[in-house]
Design a protein around this ligand. Structure first.
Ligand code: GLY
Ligand code: MN
Length: 463
């Protein structure tokens, strides 16, 4: 039993969000990471025809007619360079051949906690200028704004430094971000460990009869992150709610009886995300558990296909066939997997994509990129929600998240489209009260065997 998550109600936890900057391996990995980023930036600047890369961290945004700010979200182009996710009004400046610079906003402010003084594995590698007011950044940015590729949102504009987001630079940087550095993989592994602590606490809360809201709180407590720090809103769904793909309502009372539980929840680590889904049955010896087990086994198998050269579009189509085979085995559909795919019946049960790239963003960029010079690889016709159409290459990390759902709206379409005979409706009635099943891991493509980043974190926590 791992001591760290054996008591989800222990409020004396360390602050998991405080950087553990002393880990020596992160230090070493970061040096290599930075060198890769500099090479990429050199190439991006040369392609776009600029001399400096300038990246604002972003600003606070305010609610309309109000003085309340929305949760701050750092510019991903900024956090790609720095393990800093809570320093609005700061800037990164990179000029080829020079040491990169951080303009670090640390205001005099007695209303809020101000960012700590710069510390950690990154500081030795940057010139750092501390500013107390946002406009002081101007003194530290390059002389000629017209020679800068400025990557950011319009609200970050400061004087002449208006984000111009040159397409050639963005296309190149986003495409290259698909290839994770060893530093990034290490960050993502930590994000797995955190999320797994939450998943284990969530399962315990479910088995103890907690509501969706209670399960969510148990998750956050075990991860040590609140909703604003997680990489996306927790999906915590009991019973039929599992049929809503992004169910985020968090019911305050548990339904009676509780039959099933789907949780899709991740964690953040220095700006990197994990994205994990598990599904549980209350009755672990019933037919729904058997259906979960079948999807789980298929999911493991799909993860093994994350190999260099494999076309992700094809993996998605193969997943339709596999899931249709399971539906046939369980008597839910009466036609062959091939027929279910051809008629769109499989999409009624599996209406989303097999997965997506993941990294600094939970749905990471460049899933459709044709090359680092732009262009888009289209989705296969009839699969409008697939978020990854590229061939897999070493260094990429993708999610593999097959699912089977019982969604009335989509099942009505099957009937209306003349395919009612493909389905055994008594079996739908039997499974509808359980909602749906999704199993999701994050998997790294390598030169050889794929590396499932998620499953070892569960095994480690259970040891
Ligand atoms: N974790 C939610 C999603 O991938 O859409
Ligand atoms: Mn996902």
């Amino acid at each position: 039993m791992a001591s760290s998550d054996s008591n989800a109600q222990d409020f004396r936890q360390p602050d998991f969000n405080k950087p553990d900057f002393n880990k020596p391996d992160f230090n070493k990995l970061y040096v290599e990471h930075l060198s890769t980023l500099e090479q990429r930036a050199d190439q991006a600047l040369s392609r776009a025809g600029f001399d400096h890369l300038v990246v604002p961290s972003g600003t606070l945004h305010y609610q309309v007619f109000d003085d309340r700010d929305y949760p701050y979200a750092v510019n991903p182009q900024f956090k790609a360079w720095l393990p800093l996710t809570r320093v609005p009004n700061s800037w990164l400046v990179y000029t080829p051949g020079d040491k990169p610079k951080v303009v670090y906003y640390q205001p005099f402010d007695y209303w809020h906690v101000v960012p700590d003084a710069p510390s950690g594995w990154w500081v030795d590698h940057f010139d750092i200028a501390i500013i107390r007011k946002p406009e002081e950044a101007l003194q530290h940015l390059p002389k000629d704004a017209a020679r800068c590729a400025i990557l950011g949102e319009p609200q970050s504009a400061l004087g002449a430094f208006v984000p111009n987001n040159p397409e050639a630079a963005i296309d190149y940087l986003e495409y290259q971000r698909s290839y994770k550095t060893p530093y990034e993989i290490a960050m993502m592994r930590e994000a797995q460990r955190k999320a797994v602590r939450g998943h284990r606490a969530a399962e315990r809360a479910f088995r103890a009869g907690a509501s969706e809201f209670g399960i969510h709180l148990a998750y956050c407590q075990a991860v040590g992150q609140d909703a604003g720090e997680l990489p996306y809103n927790n999906i915590v769904a009991l019973n039929e709610h599992g049929a809503v793909l992004h169910y985020t309502e968090l019911g305050r009372l548990p339904p009676k009886p509780v039959r099933s539980f789907l949780i899709d929840a991740g964690a953040s680590f220095h700006g990197y995300a994990s994205d994990i889904t598990r599904t549980y049955a209350a009755d672990t010896s019933g037919e729904y558990q058997a259906l979960i087990d079948a999807v789980d086994a298929a999911q493991i198998d799909m993860g093994r296909k994350v190999r260099a050269g494999a076309d992700y579009k094809q993996l998605h189509i193969d997943a339709h066939l596999t899931l249709s085979g399971i539906l046939k085995d369980f008597g839910v559909i009466k036609v062959s997997p091939e027929a279910a795919l051809a008629t769109g019946v499989s999409s009624a049960f599996f209406p989303h994509g097999l997965g997506h790239p993941i990294g600094l963003q939970v749905h990471d960029v460049a899933g459709f990129a044709e090359s680092d010079r732009g262009g888009k690889i289209p989705r296969p016709e009839g699969h409008p929600y697939l978020r990854m159409t590229r061939k897999l290459e070493p260094g990429m990390v993708v999610t593999i998240e097959p699912g089977i759902y019982f969604i009335d709206m989509l099942l009505d379409e099957v009937k209306n489209n003349g395919h009612a005979d493909s389905v055994d409706w008594t079996r739908i009635d039997a499974f509808r009260p359980f909602g749906g099943i999704r199993i999701e891991d994050d998997v790294q493509c390598t030169d050889g065997e794929p590396v499932n980043l998620t499953r070892p974190a569960f095994a480690e926590a259970a040891a």
